[in-house]
Design a protein around this ligand. Structure first.
Ligand code: KG4
Ligand code: ZN
Length: 337
């Protein structure tokens, strides 16, 4: 089955062509350069840039694939969650192609894309049936359980997502703009063997009951600590990273203890964080599945792959609908829906 996948849920315009579960071609235009000026994503600007670039990106993706437009069997597009203006660009392009080429169209949940992203390139049968799940991205922080395609969310953030906290902290500390995650991670690794930094044990250890996360308190702590001027911006960023990762590790440990999970599926841009990856690898008794860097940030390959997985596990008729031209964006879609 040849799949054309389209992703425009936030600030990455991404197009991919897959032959079953194998990625034939993937191109992504990231708006970091444009959005950096504002320290975050401005939806109107994001949708204009998607609209400007999406067709040249589609052309390039086909040029680099042996699969031609007429050989496509299905078009898979992100329907949510995300920014309504930007989702609408991808959906409208997908509908137009579906209409003109008379090919089936399916909406794909962006979070399901992140969830299965560690397995891209592998057969869907290698995905563990039962597993713990963790999504850490710019829009979400979710922990839960998966049984086949059924998802049970155990906890989410009650305020900012972890990625949002990284981005806001980078802005507060004037570390060099958006996205903040890689900048703070880099500061951490440059200083982790520095004695001045190593002895800083007083980072905030937030650990809410159950599986609830909270990151906005950390942001306020960063603002307060900056005003007090007893630490440098780099030292505060270092402690923030320790505090953010501490919360995630606490909840994974709780999940392992309470539900005796053996596998953990992880997705989302924040799993690019080297310190978080290192700390997860130290957890005993579980096998963690983390995506390759190109598949951890927003990309269309994960959208095509998630469609393929869901289509393989469900009956085809449930997902395929040739005349799906009423498909609409679902900005608040939940993981697993
Ligand atoms: O999954 P993603 O590409 O987009 C959403 O669906 O939200 O995640 C983007 C987020 C940004 O907040 C960015 O700062 C964060 O992922 N991020 C990182 C790292 N690389 C990207 N956060 C921490 N450490 C990193 N190395
Ligand atoms: Zn995402």
């Amino acid at each position: 089955m040849n799949i054309l996948a389209i992703e425009t849920s936030c600030d990455d315009t991404s197009i991919s062509i897959l032959k079953d579960e194998k990625v034939s071609s993937l191109f992504t235009y990231s708006q970091i350069k444009e959005q950096n000026k504002y320290g975050g994503v401005i939806p109107e600007i994001a949708s204009r840039i998607h609209s400007k670039n999406i067709f040249s990106l589609i052309e390039k993706t086909f040029e680099n694939s042996s699969i031609e437009l007429n050989d496509i069997d299905v078009i898979a597009v992100t329907e949510g969650p995300g920014l309504v203006n930007t989702l609408q660009v991808g959906i409208t392009v997908a509908k137009t192609l579906s209409f003109m080429l008379n090919k089936p169209l399916v909406g794909v949940n962006h979070l399901n894309g992140h969830l299965f992203s560690s397995f891209i390139g592998e057969e869907y049968t290698t995905i563990p049936k039962k597993a713990g799940i963790l999504i850490v991205s710019g829009g979400h922080t979710i922990i839960g359980l998966k049984n086949n395609l059924d998802i049970k969310i155990l906890g989410e953030t009650r305020d900012d997502s972890i990625g949002e906290a990284y981005d806001k902290v980078s802005k507060i500390l004037n570390l060099g703009g958006y996205p903040g995650g890689p900048i703070i991670d880099d500061i951490y690794f440059r200083n982790k063997d520095n004695d001045e930094f190593k002895k800083q044990l007083d980072f905030p250890k937030i650990n809410l009951p159950d599986y609830t996360f909270s990151f906005s308190g950390l942001k306020s702590w960063v603002m307060k600590t900056k005003k007090e001027e007893s630490y440098s911006s780099e030292q505060i960023a270092f402690m923030f990273q320790k505090a953010a990762v501490f919360q995630i590790i606490k909840k994974i440990n709780k999940l392992v203890e309470e539900y005796k999970i053996e596998n953990l599926l992880i997705g989302g841009g924040v799993i690019n964080n080297e310190y978080l990856r290192e700390e997860i690898k130290k957890i005993k008794g579980i096998r963690s599945f983390m995506p390759k860097k190109i598949y951890s940030s927003d990309n269309a390959a994960m959208i095509g792959y998630a469609f393929y997985v869901q289509n393989s596990l469900k009956r085809k008729k449930e997902l395929f609908n040739l005349r799906n031209l009423e498909l609409d964006s679902k900005p608040k879609l939940k993981l697993g829906e």
